[in-house]
Every structure is written in C-alpha cells, then in structure tokens.
Design a protein around this ligand. Structure first.
Ligand code: PXP
Length: 251
C-alpha cells in the first residue's frame, strides 16, 4: 500500500491569517494520525507564511509515524533541519512571490550545491529527498547527488486532470507515462519514490497505482475538503454557543 503523508501547511495558513492560536497544527497532526495517515508533511518557508519554526519543533515531539519537512536548500534551513531532525527532508525550490511550489528543483544545473545539502542531511541522520519534475535527467542527477528519495512532481498531471481543463485523454496518459518511467528509473537506481503536488480525491488513484511509488504527499485538497465538510458542524456549534446550549469544547 502506498503511504499517505498529510501536508498540514494550510491549517497553519488559516491560523496565520489572524496570527491566532487556532487552528492548531498539532491537533491537526493528531487527527490525521488517528484517521490513518502514515505521516505528516510541513513546508517551512523562508518567509514563514504558514508553518513556524515552533510548529516543526512541536511536531517533531508528537509525530511518531513519519515527519517530512519540505524546505529550500539554504544554509538557514539546513541548520534547522540538522537540529530538529525530522525523519525526512524534501528539498524544494522556493521563490518568495510564488503562491505554492511551482515545480521540481533543477538538480541538473547545480549538482554540487545539492550534493552538499544532501550530504549534510544524511550526516544528521535525516532521509534526503529531492522534489523533481518527471524528467530522466533530473532523476539521474538526484541519484548522482546521493539523494535517498525523489518526490516526483505531479502538478502538470494535476492541472491536466482538473475539471474543465479540456486536456485530451492522450495528453494525460502521456504525462502519467513520464511519471511512471521516472519512477521506474529512480526505483531501479535504488531510490525510494514519492509523488505529490496538486493531487485530489478525483485524480489520486492513477498515481497511487504507479509501480515504485511508495509515498504520496497531499495537502491542499484535504484541507479544502475538511473546511467544507466541517462547516455545517461548526456553524451548528456556534448557533448552540450563541443560544447558551452545550457544544463540543474539545478541539
Ligand atoms: N509535495 C511538495 C514538494 C510540495 O511542495 C507540496 C505543497 O506544499 C505538496 C507535495 C502538496 O501539494 P498539495 O498541497 O497541492 O497537495
């Protein structure tokens, strides 16, 4: 069975919108765990727009399954990762003005810098993963840089399968084939293979079925669905609170 890491960045996005205490990423991690998630993923961005350093520290204490930290390969982040020691670090590219990670790291054009980052993570006892586009050259460079895992970027597949995308079935199949071939190449090179970005309840299955893909990282669509599915209960509880009736004070 493919493992699911739940990315809880957007729980923190809601919290940071008010610099408030709720919703708690710690509670979110516990709920994800109870619901059957195999791990938790968070992205500590340079601009700290959602996840904060303290969140990563607290998560390290409570997540006993698998904690995957996404981060840019900067000196600051490598220092934090070496100190906190998540189970895995996924190195991602980062631009301050991007809305979300826009694609994989270009390992081909800077193998030296990446090799150094991978070395530091491994010597801290952290599994070194690299987020890359489904291109054979990138897989080979990540292998040469010593990465232990690659996470294949599924964002092109995701946008082709979005409702209303008008992509031809053949175009979607072609993108899936690229992902499959890269997963096989990475697996054949002895790397662990993960995949993620833009996956939804509608499009996840075809990626989960790919040979060698062992792990998926999914965030936005889960948090989006949680907001909608939880809204009715949340409003009913506020109606009860306004009326002075009891409501669950748990979370
Ligand atoms: N994998 C990586 C490397 C990412 O940067 C992200 C977004 O933080 C994800 C997976 C999850 O993407 P989504 O939120 O679209 O499910």
């Amino acid at each position: 069975m493919v493992r699911l890491n739940v990315n809880i960045d957007h729980i923190a996005t809601i919290r940071q919108a008010r610099r408030a205490q709720e919703p708690s990423v710690i509670t979110a991690a516990v709920i994800a765990d109870l619901a059957g998630a195999d791990g938790i993923t968070v992205h500590l961005r340079g601009d700290r727009r959602h996840i904060q350093d303290r969140d990563v520290r607290l998560l390290r204490e409570i997540v006993k399954t698998h904690l995957n930290l996404e981060m840019a390969p900067t000196e600051e982040m490598l220092r934090i990762a070496s100190e906190i020691k998540p189970d895995a670090v996924t190195l991602v590219p980062e631009r301050p003005d991007e809305i979300t990670t826009e694609g994989g790291l270009d390992v081909l054009s800077r193998p030296g810098q990446l090799g150094e980052a991978v070395k530091r993570l491994k010597s801290a006892g952290v599994l070194a993963s690299v987020f890359i586009d489904p291109l054979p050259g990138q897989i080979q460079s990540a292998t040469d840089a010593g990465a232990q895992q690659v996470e294949i970027c599924t964002s092109r597949y995701a946008s082709l399968t979005e409702p209303g995308s008008h992509a031809a079935a053949g175009e979607i199949d072609e993108e899936l084939l690229r992902i499959k071939e890269c997963a096989a190449l990475a697996g054949g090179n002895g790397l662990q293979v993960a995949a993620g970005h833009g996956l939804t309840y509608r499009n996840v299955r075809r990626v989960a079925e790919i040979d060698y893909v062992e792990e998926l990282n999914i965030g936005h669509n889960i948090v989006a669905r949680a907001a909608i599915l939880g809204l009715e209960r949340a409003v009913a509880e506020m109606v009860a609170a306004v009326a002075g009736r009891s409501f669950s004070q748990g979370r």
